[in-house]
Design a protein around this ligand. Sequence first.
Ligand code: NAD
Length: 301
Amino acid sequence: MAMRFDGKVAIVTGAGGGLGREHALALAARGAKVVVNDLGGARDGSGSSASAAQAVVAEIEALGGEAIANGASVTDFEAVKAMVAEATAKWGSVDILVNNAGVLRDKSFAKMEIADFQFVMDVHLMGAVNCTKAVWDGMRERNYGRIVMTTSSSGLYGNFGQANYGAAKMALVGFMQTLSIEGAKNDIRVNCLAPTAHTRMTEDLGAALPLEALGPELVTPGLLYLVSQDAPTRCILGAGAGGFERAYVTLTQGVRIVGEDAPEQVAAQFEAISDRTGEIVPEMGAAQGMIELTKAQKAHA
Ligand code: NAD
């Protein structure tokens, strides 16, 4: 059966171009009413312009869809609250939030100014926090919500010159892990998308593949699943060039070491500590403590 979003209201941040534009177009094409948010600045976050979001709204309308443009910066909580209030007043709810807005200020950490670290954290992390906070109560009241954080392989695995960006992107994974737990009883499902696509954000990275193989529209099917009625929750989905993968934060079984020479034993047994045989994906943070206590209990049995 076709995946449809009729009757659903979606906010896509940073939807004036790149991945966000594709997400917004696809949601609208499948029946959602869409708030196309974009500050319309440069790749490093400087400047602003209403035209990018308006152009995407015009595209959606030309295809028979319904959308409104919004020029709020995701870093401005008051403006974000006004965006959610406008959508709710017009369409009755916000059911889907796609946190996609982003900027880059790449430099090796040695050369990076604190202000550039802070700015990237503000847009990616606090931008997603602001938007999520603004929709959270409404989703809880209506017992329905689908939220995606756009993370990155740079956060999950690291990338030279992106300490600020990687830290912000991995912070979104932690944000998602807890929100998926807290949102579960109100059917609010929260996931992360880790895309790879040719957009203005990645235009100066040499690509091994022809650029059309990395079209942002190839990522959007993964996003649609993550915000659909039957979405999973607490998932980190990789998507790019038509490939889809899933990333996990895992925990090894480890070993128990106590005593005077524990530091030396941690060093000596580091291979056993690192052994991935029987590793698990904990359902919540407390699982680590449980595994450690179980080892202690076995030692005392
Ligand atoms: P993009 O630069 O085309 O899109 C980002 C959009 O966010 C821009 O339109 C920009 O105007 C908007 N934006 C920036 N600051 C904003 C703010 N404060 N408020 C509202 N809008 C703002 O780049 P993209 O590649 O489409 O990136 C989309 C998301 O995907 C970003 O979060 C990015 O970090 C992430 N991502 C992209 C890739 C990739 O390969 N392209 C890889 C990993 C993660």
